[in-house]
Write a protein that binds this ligand. Sequence first.
Ligand code: ZN
Ligand code: ZN
Length: 562
Amino acid sequence: MRRREFTLLGLAGLGLPALAQDRAFAAIAEDFLEALWKLDPDAAVAAGRFEFAGRVTLPSSAQRQRMRAFTKHWLARLQRLPDAPLATADRMDRDMLVAKLQSDLWRLDTLREWSWNPAEHNPAAPLDLLLNTDYAPLAARLKALQPRIAALPAYYRAARDSLGRVTREHTELAIQQAPGVLGLLDDIGARAAEAHQAAAFKAPLARARAAVNGYVAHLKGLKPARGFRLGAALYEPKFAHDIQSARTGRETYELALQRREEVLTSMQAQAAALWPTVMGSEPPPADRFALIGRVIDKLSERHVARERFVDEIRAQIPQLEAWVRDHDLLSQDLAKPLQVRETPVYQRGVAGASIEAPGPYRPQDKTYYNVTPLTDLTPAEAESSLREYNHWILQILNIHEAIPGHYTQLVHANRVPSKVKALFGNGAMVEGWAVYGERMMMESGYGASPEMTLMYGKWHLRSVTNTVLDYSVHVLGMAEAEAMDLLVRQAFQTEREAREKWRRVQLTSVQLTSYFSGYSEIFALREQLKARPGFKLKDFHEQFLSYGNAPVRLIAAEMLKA
Ligand code: ZN
Ligand code: ZN
């Protein structure tokens, strides 16, 4: 509300009809999206738009040429729009679209991941969505799947032609993902049989399977000629495009080192204070990592029973809602309580707990908090997960994922009628908010105890260490053994968690910095505004979230203006 008033005043000063201008920009954004969905039906399907689902695009140089021309056309068109008549929200949308298009162009022509990452060419995601989303009756979905299955041999031919100097790690990933694609083809065959269409699908599915296997055989014959590390020359521009921070990658890394030291110092004091009650009469070790690690290890024994894991998470959600309400931290939408459920089997994979929210084209769909039960794990694996998500950390996980983290942020973001912000939202803002929310809840006294403070330190250190790790590995050449030591001994992670992280940092770059980058910018903004008279925490949260999923840098510019 406050923001709209401000906008209207600004426009009145210029003597421009605000509504007409709003509509004009909305129409341009709408034109852009419709053109994008036509050009890239896979992106459309991912966004929840299914009209062009039966259209096939190949990862070919011809398609890349079409994307390049499209991107340049729209970039020029959006950059021509003058600032002055645009409302604040529209100006942000325009800036976000320009940034997205610049990023797309940079990826296409400079990063060129399509030439060195064989896993980039994976047709499974849209096939999976078409098969498993109830957007239309099964027969209609099979009809959309048919041309896609028929095109898989051409798809993999184009993929092979695109590849040049590949990395070993991404080639291995693509080979590891092949059984998943084959499994999906089996599922499609089974659903086709259900719909009495087995005969029509039999031969195309056989050719599709052969194409997947042919791609794998081709990949096994390639000689990797590129390292997985991004290097400084690509890292800074990628950081700038993906994170949209006011800081550079280097500056963010240096800030993370500083924060790491602060967190470790406070954890050391906390662990020393806890030592006698937790560890008894044994003298505490002098080494700070050993001291903190031993206390955390002992405390981790306190955890929920394996079969109670999902129920316990379900029980905590109303407690978090009540805390946020009673402490006047943020408004919530009580008409739409968050539904906790076991992750659907076909979605189970990497993430143990995550928010699944419908996109802007499916507002009728529910938002779920998906939690993967520990039933499929061996006793040792389950114990390791339970120690990781112990009594204290499980609460922080729920703060991060649900309230006041991702779920609450999403409820606020959905009030912003901007498809641009919903579709191309800034990941660092979204993750940063969840990480900020953890700290803010601790500051409000939630679960206050020395044990909670120590465990929060461990959890927070994970976000900070993600940034240190990403920059160290991709720019500074950190070796595997050093990385494992950073994660296990110096950040108190389990061997298993650290292994997964090492794998992730080999396969991705920059994304791991989004948590700390977003958090540090939100926190700095709050501290800056706190110094102003009349600062109210709830108002700060409400206003910050009212801009939707925009980069913190753009939100900060607006909030500091007022
Ligand atoms: Zn146990
Ligand atoms: Zn998150």
